[in-house]
Design a protein around this ligand. Sequence first.
Ligand code: PSU
Ligand code: MN
Length: 309
Amino acid sequence: MTRSPAPHLLVSDEVSSALAEGRAVVALETTIVVHGLPVPINLEVAAECERVIRAAGAVPATIAVVQGTLRVGLDAPTLERLADPERHSAKLSARDLGLAVATRGDGATTVAGTIAAAHYARIAVMATGGLGGVHRGAQASFDESADLTALSRTPVVVVASGVKSILDIGATLERLDSLGVPVAGFGTDRFPGFYRSDSGFGLDWRLDSPEQAAAAFAAHRHWSPTGFLVANPVDEDRQLDAAVHDEALAAALAHAEALGVSGKDVTPAVLSEFARHTGGASVAVNRDLVVSNASVAGRIAVALAQLGS
Ligand code: PSU
Ligand code: MN
């Protein structure tokens, strides 16, 4: 059973009760499940993220648009149907949500789409793998993920292992600065490199506990409308080997260029070629980092709920 506060919105009973009682809730995106990871590990990762969020004492709220309804708190069979490649579910950024609802479409939400929906449902924390950012060559293509601009106007904590290493990491950090989005390392003062623990870029701020992260966001949102990026690196002993990473990255970028993909198809194409090139090793690292981010997000949500905010 689900409750419907608005005709286009369905919040699951579990999420709805948790929110009403001021308990911790963590939003999860679905683009990573539908477009980012291969079958069948995609659904295993989704279930594992929900499990570790519960273990942290929070309630998971997986978000997507299903037949024109914005769903907050998706059950496993519905997610499985959405992820069926035959269904060709769309990839929905924040700007697409109204269109998907009005045309009765199906779609998985990106970080941008998820935080827009989460904030609407009054959820303040989300977890993902890697945030979208400025693409290499953006000087000519103007390809900068709407994740950045959505974060600049949506007060939600996003826990991610930095941005995907397929991007221009330095330019992305500069844009987060311009957009006023705080970036803090979780237990580190190095910006994570998605498949690698350290991107080579340092950070000005480091947070050493979920309580500290919750306190920082609770303070920040008094005077700022922006989101907040908590950068949680993959464990060093789980990261992709540096040489394997660099070789796969070059191959994946070349592949995407040869295919001539652009816009929202770039990230899925590069990630899937990365997986093929590393014989699945990148997928295992992607799984580990997303699950770790979900767990950290669960702990931050619990700490925020304890602050009463
Ligand atoms: N993290 C992952 N895999 C993914 C994504 C994040 O480990 O596939 C998704 C998120 O939904 C993010 C999107 O918002 O990639 C970025 O897409 P784009 O570069 O087209 O904005
Ligand atoms: Mn893009």
